[in-house]
Write a protein that binds this ligand. Structure first.
Ligand code: NAD
Length: 243
């Protein structure tokens, strides 16, 4: 296996997905019984679905927002926040998750590439801001006072994820790329591992089951629950025990 030089300048990019929040009680999308087994992606996660039936889409995200509000970070979120604090080199955490569990755990160097449940986007004034509680077709924009033009600040299928230039720059400079709890089925995030490999990074996956076994994308595939594997991996990394 290729070796990563652990030094004060080692640069790390971590990508997380719904699997890291599963042990906090939040459903993943594609696992058996996951969110997409109960809802149609086209209805609740596309701009067209929102135009067809805004009350249904609001209710879908209101439910997720309520669940996320009471969920607590698990040891995987906490370990990544601890890694950020202890790491002397650069560390960027990129999450596909729309819950706020990384922030609750204390992560700061964090991009929500698919937006967040705690945000609104006003289709009247085009601005975004913080949002708590339910949202409906009659909600008022806190910034322009218009009624009925708010949508959740979530990046839907067919829309451009947030922070892409900064994320690609970090991937291009990464020495180590970690992928945690993601099935690798949603692009462009699914391609981040290739981007990081091309830039010379060592690539590691921590997932319940290896998502792309045998495809030669990851130098190391660690199978198991994130709540156990991530703290163990972070501890090894901080103690320089890995390579
Ligand atoms: P996904 O459902 O496609 O894949 C989840 C992956 O996590 C699977 O490979 C599964 O095997 C693995 N997994 C399940 N439980 C695990 C555990 N305890 N430990 C480690 N791995 C575990 O989710 P994804 O890849 O993140 O899909 C991307 C989309 O899902 C994004 O658009 C994201 O916004 C959305 N999403 C977010 C949340 C959230 O914010 N919590 C929840 C559901 C979906």
């Amino acid at each position: 296996m290729r070796k990563v030089e652990i030094s004060p300048s080692t640069s790390i990019v971590v990508l997380t997905g719904a699997g890291i929040s599963q042990e906090s009680g939040l459903d993943t999308f594609r696992d058996a019984g996951g969110i997409w087994a109960r809802y149609d992606i086209d209805d609740v996660a596309t701009p067209e679905g929102f135009r067809r039936n805004p009350p249904l889409v609001h209710e879908f995200y209101n439910t997720q927002r309520r669940e996320a509000a009471t969920a607590l970070p698990n040891p995987a979120h906490v370990a990544l926040a601890g890694l950020e604090k202890a790491w002397l080199g650069r560390l960027l955490l990129v999450t596909q998750n729309i819950d706020g569990l990384h922030e609750k755990a204390g992560s700061k160097a964090l991009f929500h590439m698919h937006g967040t449940l705690d945000g609104f986007l006003c289709e009247a004034c085009g601005r975004r801001g913080a949002w708590t509680g339910d949202m409906s077709t009659s909600s008022t924009c806190p910034l322009c006072d218009r009624h009925g033009a708010l949508r959740p600040d979530i990046v839907w299928f067919g829309e451009m994820p947030y922070h892409m230039p900064e994320i690609y720059q970090a991937l291009g400079e990464a020495d180590l790329f970690l992928s945690v709890g993601t099935s690798g089925t949603v692009y462009p995030a699914a391609d981040f591992v290739r981007e990081a490999r091309q830039a010379g990074a060592v690539t590691v996956e921590l997932n319940l089951e290896a998502s792309r076994k045998g495809r030669g994308l990851f130098d190391l595939e660690i199978e198991g629950k994130a709540g156990e594997s991530v703290p163990a991996f972070v501890s090894d990394l901080l103690n320089g025990r890995l390579w």
